[in-house]
Design a protein around this ligand. Structure first.
Ligand code: TYM
Length: 333
């Protein structure tokens, strides 16, 4: 069975963009692939986090994975810091990655611009840790949103370079980026993607938002000039709302356009708010229904399964580098 690996950061609150661009596809793909879904808390600390909140959010995100439909009976759910091999392989990959290729990463450039000369080394190294996550599991496919495409290309480049220099070691993974929903935009600024780190909370619908909040956010959503409701790249705000509508209802674009023919933006926002509220309603209940004990068992099993596979890859890597063989050399001398 081929493998998938993906993850999300337990920072801020997970939103509709994360769900539609990534988690939704994890749920669909888990039946066809052996699946690993990670809560990437080591990535989270590339930005300053409140320790207590980070611990809480790590558990909450694991619960959300399960609540949206990741089945711990068939998929492995685990916390990144539980598997030390992620940090160890990162070091090895750091030694084959080039400054110039990391400097080209657009997410790094965006963050570096905001933080000027105080940008952290972890922010720079973020994509290498991500490559380690993926390569440890000999992953075939990585379902992510559009914003991770460049990181996936780097992962492939690092795998190919290591294989070339030290012998075939890593499977070279492909990105799985959905045709629809790979880049859900902010409700308050359709030029920006919906983002957990956005200070403007009105732009993102969180998966655990209550009905009033969801209603308010869609009501205030920015629209384009004109009145027609149709999918049109030159009208990004309405197209974004229609895309969310399409993914949550499963209706075809022309069906949606004819449904809204002659209707106003207010109607679209109202219907979209209702659909989203109904869609998210069971989620909160499900999240709360998972006991600490149940979650503890799931994460323990996840850690064990993940550790076994990650350790095997890491041992091969160390042997290829001549590192795990060092003991034998000492004995011989
Ligand atoms: P994170 O937590 O920022 O995002 C989780 C997933 O959500 C996708 N996403 C979006 N999709 C559509 N529209 C949006 N507005 C939107 N915003 C976010 C992201 O593309 C991602 O798939 N670096 C990763 C976490 C990670 C990872 C990995 C992923 C660490 N290691 C290994 C895959 C494989 C990230 O951005 O998480």
């Amino acid at each position: 069975m081929k493998r998938i690996f993906s993850g999300a950061q337990p920072t801020g609150n997970i939103h509709l963009g994360n769900y539609l661009g990534a988690l939704r596809n994890w749920v669909a793909l888990q039946h066809e692939y052996e699946s690993f879904f990670c809560i990437v808390n080591l990535h989270a600390i590339t930005a300053r986090q409140d320790p207590k909140l980070l611990a809480e959010k790590t558990g909450e995100l694991a619960r959300i994975y399960i609540a949206v439909g990741i089945d711990p009976g068939i998929s492995t759910i685990f916390v990144q810091s539980d598997v030390a091999a992620h940090a160890e392989l990162t070091w090895v990959l750091n030694c084959i990655a080039r400054m110039s290729e990391l400097e080209r990463m657009t997410q790094f450039k965006d963050k570096a611009r905001k933080q000027s000369e105080n940008v952290g080394v972890g922010v720079f190294d973020y994509p290498v840790l991500m490559a380690a996550d993926i390569l440890l599991y000999q992953t075939d496919l990585v379902p992510v949103g559009e914003d991770q495409k460049q990181h996936l290309e780097l992962t492939r480049d690092l795998a190919i370079r290591f294989n070339r220099d030290y012998g075939d070691t890593f499977r070279v993974p492909d990105a799985y980026i959905p045709k629809v929903g790979a880049r859900i935009m902010s409700l308050s600024d359709p030029a920006k993607k919906m983002s957990k780190s956005d200070d403007d909370l009105a732009g993102s619908v969180m998966l655990l938002d209550d009905a009033d909040n969801i209603q308010r956010k869609f009501k205030r959503a920015v629209t384009d000039s004109g009145t027609e409701i149709r999918f049109d790249a030159t009208r990004p705000a309405i197209t974004n709302l229609l895309t969310i509508f399409q993914l949550l209802t499963g209706q075809a674009p022309d069906e949606i356009e004819s449904h809204f023919a002659g209707k106003g933006y207010g109607q679209l926002k109202q219907e979209l708010a209702e659909i989203t509220i109904e869609f998210l309603r069971p989620l909160r209940e499900k999240v709360e229904s998972i006991s600490d004990k149940e979650l503890g068992t799931i994460l323990d099993q996840g850690r064990q399964k993940a550790r076994g596979i990650a350790q095997a890859t890491l041992e091969t890597v160390m042997a290829r580098l001549g590192i795990s063989g060092a003991k034998e050399l000492l004995v011989r001398n």
